[in-house]
Ligand binder design. Sequence first.
Ligand code: CA
Ligand code: CA
Length: 196
Amino acid sequence: MAKKKNNMILVIVLIVVALVLFSQKKMAGYGDLEYFDGGTYTYAFEAWDYPAWAGIGTEPWYWRADNITQDEAENGVSVAFRRTDYIPTTATYFHGTLDITADDEYYAYLNNVHIGHDDSYDTVETYELRSHMKVGQNMLQLLVKNAAIPGSTPETNPAGLMLAVDYGYSTLQFPEYTNGTISFDTFIAEGNSWVS
Ligand SMILES: [Ca+2]
Ligand SMILES: [Ca+2]
C-alpha cells in the first residue's frame, strides 16, 4: 500500500516538473546567439577561457568555435553574429539594454540601426535599446573582428564576444485617470507589475 502511494507521489512530482519545464521553454529560435557560417546561422560556442577576460562582463564569452586558428590569430578574422528576440504585439510598453564588449572590436546594430562600436576588449559598453525596439521580432546584429597580430597564437590573441541583453515589456493597459484618484503608486499597489 505504501509503495503504491509512493509511486503515485512520484508520478505527480514528475507531472509538475514536466509542466514547469514546458512553461519555461522559450520560443524556438529566440534569445540564442548565432553566427553566420557562410551559408546559414548556427548556434555560437562558448569561447576558450582567456585569462585576461576574467571578471569582464556578466555572461560567458562566445565565438564560432572554442578557439580561433593560427591563421586567424596572425591575419585577423571578422565574424557576424546575431540574436533575435520577440516582444509580443500586445505589449503596451517595452524597454531594453545591451551590455557588450568583444576581443578585439565590434559594430552593433539593432533592427538595422547602428547603435555602437568599440575596440577595447576590457571595457563593457551599455546601450539603451528602447528607441530602436519594436513589437514583434527584434534582431541584434554584431560584427566582431579579431585584430591581426603577426607572430601571435590563438592563446595570445584569442577572439570572443560578451553580451548581456535585458529586454522587458508590459502587456498591461494603464488605468483610466479618473477623478485624480489613480496614481502610479496605486497601479503598483494593486498588484500590477512589469513582465521581464
Ligand atoms: Ca569594449
Ligand atoms: Ca584578439
